[in-house]
Structures are given as C-alpha cells and as structure tokens.
Design a protein around this ligand. Structure first.
Ligand SMILES: [Zn+2]
Length: 331
C-alpha cells in the first residue's frame, strides 16, 4: 500500500512528495523500514527496494509484521541527478533531525524522522558517490556498536566499520534515529550513479537474514548468493562458517586499523590494484600522472598488508582527495 510521508507544495504548482510502500504481512509482528535515496546520486538502493518488494509480495503468508520501503528520501535530487537537495545546495544527510515548520528541506527532514521513529529497525542504504567505489559494508558508531553489530553481522556484507563517536556526524538520519532509541543501520556499497547487482542481491539476502532474526520471516531463506565465486574470492582470507551459507563472515574493523590515502598532487589517476582485493605492503594502488609532460606525479603504494575496501575510480584527482582506504588486521 503506497502512503505519502511528506507532501509540500512547490512554487509553481508542483508537489514534493516522499512516499513509502507499506508491505503488510499476513501475521502481526515487527516493523522494518528500508530507506534510501537521501543522496540523489546514490542509486544502488533502488535495486534493493525493487528486489525486496518483489520477494516479499511473493510470500506475504511468511511475513510477520510490516516492511516499509522508502526508495527516495530526496526525490528532487534523484530526478535532477543531484546529490543534495536541489535549490538549497544542501546535503540532506546533514540536516537531521530537521525542524518542524522550518524551511522546505528542514521540515522534510523532520517529517521523515517522525515517520521512522518507533520502527523496530531502520536500514539506511547509501552508495558512496561517483568518485569512490566502496565494498559492501555496514557503518556503525562505537556508541551504538554493542547494540547494532549483532544485527549488522546478518546483513551479508564484507566489512563492518565501527567509527569513533567523534567522527560520527550528529546531523545524519542514522544518528538522529539511534539517539532516540530507533535502531538504524547504515549500509554503504558500490558507487554513485550505478547499480551493482551482486551487492544488491547479497543485501536483500541479508535483509531476509535480519527479518528471520527479528521473527518477521518464516519462509524459506536459501540462496546461493553467499556461495558466489566473487564473494568467495573476497572472503578467501577468512574462515567461512559452512553451516550458515547465506551469512557472509564480515570483517569487523575493531580488530585492526583503517588507513586513509590521499593525493599529494593534482592529476589523472591510472589504476593498478583491484578494488575489494587484499593488497600487500608496497604494492602499487595507482599512479597520479601529468598528461602534459608524461610524468608520474605520485606513486601510491599500500602502506600495509590489508583489505582495499575503498578505491577512487574517478580519474580526475585534486591534491588532498581521498584515493583509498585499506583495512589492516592486527595480528
Ligand atoms: Zn549517501
């Protein structure tokens, strides 16, 4: 059943409408909300919404409670291929929890939060930006880690990154909900303006794992997704639990350290290493080159042995830009 969450009149007679699809199961139970499209250039979540709705509609007799799907929290951004909230030059994930009767964007943020509060679980799906490719990961702040990591592990991701509280932005949707007692998991995966089908399918499988643990799903939950060749490659350095084939054995960041690599020069990136691979200390990740003079401006080498989970794929780079993040496991 489609419901309107926010409807605001725009200056020339149009309406800003944020809608959700409430999929009600045949039995009572909990409420899970899946939201995406806060950043208009991040589209990986669209496939997840489609596939989740499709599978749920085929098995409503197994659904206990309701799943609410919000494909577009920033519909104007999606329609205009803009990351932010158009017209305000505003990152929508920096204005939560919003302001009641505030300006258009603030009020929209407020209404979204009010609608999501009291859900039993919220999943907020992001997909990096057009510059950086991200491995499928859950991001959790350390103040919520104890509560959220057990759920995050069900989502079938390669990585769970637990951030310092200090680096968590207080104005994000996830933070606003978590501090008000509504459990919210943030998934980052793939790349802006693209859909990575394999990630989407794995996450949908993870959402069913999550629903099973919340006693929201009593149907089948088998899939060969976690046995896919690509995932096995990604997870080759880790032990898999063969009795639970649909749950990937995520790397947990608390056992090690995340290293950031930034550009020392502006230029063109020529890639070397493969995203989502395990790299060794001294291995070349990429080079920044000068196309005028044919010179290498910077050779970017891995400082450690580790898992290359973020990699810049957009070739133009400016001094200071993030190039890669590598997770080093401490022995
Ligand atoms: Zn985002």
């Amino acid at each position: 059943m489609l419901k309107t969450v926010v409807s605001v009149a725009l200056p020339v007679g149009e309406h800003l409408k944020i809608r959700k699809n409430v999929i009600q199961g045949n039995h009572t139970g909990k409420r899970l909300c899946v939201v995406t499209g806060t950043h208009g250039d991040e589209l990986e979540g669209q496939f997840v919404c489609y596939e989740l709705a499709r599978r749920l509609n085929e098995g409503l007799e197994h659904l206990h409670g309701s799943v609410e799907i919000y494909p577009a929290l920033n519909p104007l951004g999606i329609d205009s291929i803009e990351r932010g909230f158009p017209g305000f030059d505003l990152d929508m994930n920096r204005i939560f929890p919003g302001v009641q009767n505030g300006h258009l964007a603030e009020n929209t943020a407020y209404e979204i939060v009010q609608d999501l509060l009291n859900a039993d679980m919220v999943l907020d799906i992001h997909s990096s930006n057009i510059f950086l490719k991200e491995v499928m990961q859950v991001r959790v702040s350390d103040i919520t880690a104890e509560t959220l990591v057990p759920y995050a592990k069900l989502l079938n991701t390669d990585f769970i990154w637990i951030h310092d509280a200090a680096t968590v932005l207080e104005s994000t949707l996830a933070h606003s909900l978590n501090i008000n007692g509504t459990k919210t998991l943030v998934v980052e995966m793939g790349i802006g303006m693209r859909i990575t089908r394999e990630y989407g399918e794995r996450l949908v499988q993870g959402i069913f794992n999550l629903m099973q643990s919340m006693e929201m799903w009593s149907g089948e939950n088998d899939s060969n997704i976690a046995n896919s060749e690509e995932l096995n490659k990604t997870l080759s350095n880790k032990t898999r639990n063969s009795s639970e084939p649909t749950i990937a054995n995520s790397i947990l960041s608390t056992n090690g350290e995340v290293h950031f690599m930034n550009a020392d020069a502006s230029g063109i990136i020529i890639p070397s290493a493969l995203h989502s691979s395990f790299v060794v200390e001294g291995e070349r990740l990429c080079q920044i080159v000068d196309p005028f003079e044919g010179k290498v401006l910077q050779d970017i080498l891995s400082p450690v042995d580790g898992f290359l989970f973020t990699l810049r794929t957009y070739p133009i780079v400016y001094e200071g830009s993030l190039i890669a993040r590598i997770y080093e496991e401490k022995k």
